[in-house]
Design a protein around this ligand. Structure first.
Ligand code: SF4
Length: 437
């Protein structure tokens, strides 16, 4: 077995020295990517100091709703790798990437009213995991031209994974990334079994110090695999009893969270309960969703505004009780923006009222809000549209200006108009539409 490990180590060292392209390493904190990170750091250490010129970047995603014990382990590992790099002039950077607040789990659920994800509508992986990495890599590639991305994928994980890996175009053992054409993927441990990975991790100390017994214990507690770092849509769902978000409703039961609770991590109990609430809110039978879709068609639509308020209130209460940072101020401000363009929109002070009630903290200038509301009423009257419609449209424009893009804005504005016109008497509809455009 030792020869398998040294073969991988040798080929990484050769690649480092003979191929000038910078390296990226996908790190999830799980066993496979820990092994790859460990071998990459060891490979750089094995190169004479004067030849350690290559840019090596270790990237990890934090969805902002990660299981606390997992994110703590990841943060401490990344800090150790960074320290090791500085001390040994390895030229290795580490980056913990988070989705921007406007794409976060809470901005989508509580702000936009997306139903909590399930297998059919799994909107989360792309927004929370893939997009932050794609944005980061795309920026870097602009500077680099091409790069090699090392991942911890293994054929033994599943037959689907083995099939996907063997179907990819490859050159010198590297496959072209399916979505990022200037990125070449290397899977150094693709032929290892799970036992071989654990044997490596438990026998060898990490090059950045410390051993992997805590990681093994974490696995034993959670009794399953990790949510692999997601770099494209063809990798398997992370919502499959793996380490992932504590809010994950893609799985029926979150065995990782339950395992951690059973192993004594009591923080998980209220989080598991909250996850149960998210499942309840998703089910249209429980009356928490509009019975009209976003485009106006009949059928279960977004969570209605009262449900979003309830969830925010419960989340803030949970945050107080656990002492964990579960939602950021940036996300709260984005949610307020989003509520202004909801059906039955908020007056622009709803989030502030809930936060004030929960935490006793004043978030907004109420005089300002009231003045703005009066102005909106005046303009709506002049334009002969409902004030509510105008507020939703302004909210939508604000939302787009937050993200500095306008693609889709006209369609969204028309959808708001179409939706609101249903509240207006037929003879007024044509006039209102004409005047407001
Ligand atoms: S762990 Fe679950 S909620 Fe989180 S990104 Fe993966 S599928 Fe979505």
């Amino acid at each position: 077995m030792a020869s398998k490990y040294s073969e991988i180590a040798d080929s990484l060292k050769t690649l480092y020295l003979e191929d000038p392209r910078p390296w990226l390493v996908g790190f999830s904190g799980g066993k496979d990517s820990t092994m790859v990170a460990s071998m990459v750091v060891a490979a750089v250490l094995a190169v004479p100091p004067e030849q350690r010129k290559k840019d090596v970047t270790i990237v990890c995603t934090d969805t902002r709703v990660e299981i606390p014990a997992i994110v703590e382990t990841i943060e401490s590992t990344l800090a150790r790798i960074s320290k090791c790099s500085t001390e040994n002039a390895l030229n290795i950077e580490v980056h913990l990437l988070r989705p921007p607040p406007q794409d976060s789990f809470w901005a989508n659920i509580i702000g936009r009213g997306y139903p909590p994800p399930n297998r059919v509508f799994r909107w989360c992986t792309k927004r929370l995991k893939i997009d932050p990495v794609t944005t980061f890599v795309t920026k870097r590639i602009g500077r680099w031209g091409e790069a090699i991305l090392h991942l911890g994928a293994r054929r033994a994980e599943s037959s689907t994974r083995a099939q996907t890996m063997s179907n990819r175009e490859s050159r010198n053992g590297l496959c072209r990334h399916p979505d990022l054409p200037r990125v070449w993927v290397s899977n150094p441990i693709e032929h290892l079994t799970t036992e071989e990975v654990w044997a490596f991790l438990l026998q060898k100390p990490n090059p950045w110090g410390g051993d992997n017994r805590p990681l093994y214990k974490l696995y034993a507690s959670a009794s399953n695999g990790e949510c692999p770092i997601q770099i494209d849509t063809s990798t398997p769902s992370c919502g499959n009893s793996r380490f992932g978000c504590w809010t994950c409703t893609v799985v029926e039961r979150d065995k990782a969270s339950e395992g951690l609770l059973a192993a004594g991590d009591e923080r998980m109990e209220p989080l598991i309960e909250f996850r149960g609430a998210l499942q309840f809110y998703r089910d249209p039978a429980n009356g928490k969703r509009d019975m009209k879709r976003k485009n106006g068609d009949e059928g279960p639509g977004p969570l209605h505004i009262e449900a979003r308020r309830e969830l925010l209130s419960r989340l803030l209460k949970l945050q107080e009780e656990t002492g964990l940072k579960l939602i950021s101020d940036d996300e709260l401000f984005i949610i307020q923006q989003l509520w202004k363009s909801a059906r039955r929109p908020d007056d622009g002070g709803g989030v502030a009222r809930i936060v004030t009630r929960q935490k006793g903290v004043i978030m907004n200038d109420w005089k300002e809000v009231t003045r703005l509301r009066e102005l909106e009423n005046q303009v709506a009257e002049e334009k002969r549209i409902r004030a509510e419609t105008l507020r939703r449209m302004i909210g939508k424009v604000d939302e787009f200006s937050e993200s500095h893009r306008a693609v889709g804005l006209p369609d969204d504005l028309l959808a708001i108009l179409k939706d609101d016109l249903e509240h207006v008497e037929p003879e007024e509809q044509l006039m209102a539409l004409r005047d407001s455009l």
